[in-house]
Design a protein around this ligand. Sequence first.
Ligand code: PLP
Length: 390
Amino acid sequence: MTETTVNKFATRCVHAGELPDVNGSPHTPIYNTTTFAFPSTAAILDVVEGRAEGSLYTRYGLNPTIKALEAKLASIEGAEAALAFASGMAAEAALFLTHGRDGIVCIGDAYGGTLELIGQQLPLLGIPTHLLLGTELDRLDDLLAGGARLVFFETPSNPTLELFDIAGIAQQAHAHGALLVVDNTFASPVNQQPLALGADLVVHSATKYLGGHSDITAGALMGSKELLDAVRPWRKNLGQTPAPETAALLARSLRTLIVRVRQQNASALAIARAMEAHQKITRVLYPGLESFPGHALAKQQMADFGGMLTIEIDGGGDAAAAAVDRLKLFAIAPSLGGVESLATQPVTTTHHGLSPEERSRRGITDGMVRLSVGLEDPQDLIKDLEQALQ
Ligand code: PLP
C-alpha cells in the first residue's frame, strides 16, 4: 500500500510528500537552486539515463521541493502521480498537446482561457476540437467515433455551476478508447475525487483553492504515471515548471486545504440559502440547494458542494453592477478560491469575450453575479450582500 491509500485525506494534506530534513524542519526545505552537483560523471549519467532517481535541473522538475509537492498533489487526488506547473493554463496546454492531438471534445462551460485555447488556438495547429454545450451530450458518441480521443469538462462549471456525470461520461469515453480529463478546480479534491469515479486525469488551476491565498499562480495534473510520463517532456521543453518558491508555497497551502474548503462549503451554503430567500434575487445557482437542477448528481458524486455560487439579481445587468459596486467585504475581482471573498459579473469579466447571443445560448445572463466565498464570517458576508441589494 502506498502513502496515498494508507492515511485519511486530512492527514495526507499535512504529511504526504514531506521530505525529512537534517535540521528537523517538519516541512520540505525550499531548494532554491537551478542545478544540482554530482560526485561523478557516472552518477550524473545514472540520473540522465533514468537508472537512478535524483535532482538534476529545476526546469525538468527534478528538484526536491517540486518533487515533494508532486507527491502531496498525487496523494490528495488519490493519483499514482502528479506534475506541478507554473499555471493552470500551462497544465492544460501541456495536457492537450500530449494527449489531445487526435481531437478534443470540451463539454459545457469552462474558464474563458480554456475555451480560447481549445476553440481558437489548438485548431491553428491542426488539432480538431469541438465545444459541446451541456445540452448537446447526444453528439458525444459521434465525435468519439469520429476520432476525438480526449474528453474534457469542468464540474461544477463556470459560471452556471452546471454538473456533469463523471462516472457516466468516463464509461462513454472509455468505450471509444478516449481519455476523460476533469478540471476539478471549482470543487477541489476535498469535495470531489474524479479519478475514483473513473476519470483518467485531473487538472487544477492551483492558483485557486489549492493555493487558497490569492498569492501564487500554479497548476497541477494528476493521474497515472504512464499518462503523466508522456506529458513530462512537453512541460520540460515548453518551460512550464513552477519555481521552487511557488512549489513550497503551494505545499504550505495544501496542508490547510481541508479546513479552508470545509469552512467555504458551509459559508457558501448559508449564503445560498439567504440569497434564495431574498426578494431581489431571481435565481441562486448552488449545487447544495435542493432547487438546483443538478442537486441529485451533486449528492451522488460530490462529498460537499463547494465555495462557489452564482446569484441572479432582479433588474438585469445595470442592477447587478450597482449591487456589486456597493459591496464592502466582497472584492470586485474575477479569480476564486482564496481566503477573501470575491464577486464578479461574468458578463464583465470571465465571459465578456462571448457575444450576447453566445452568452444567452449558454444560459449566462447580464444579471448574474458569481461569488467566491472566502473565510470571513458568513453572517458578515450575508449582511454585506443584503446592504448591497437594498
Ligand atoms: N481552470 C479553471 C476552472 C479556472 O477558473 C482557471 C482560471 O481562472 C484556469 C483553469 C486557468 O488557471 P490559471 O489562471 O492558473 O492559469
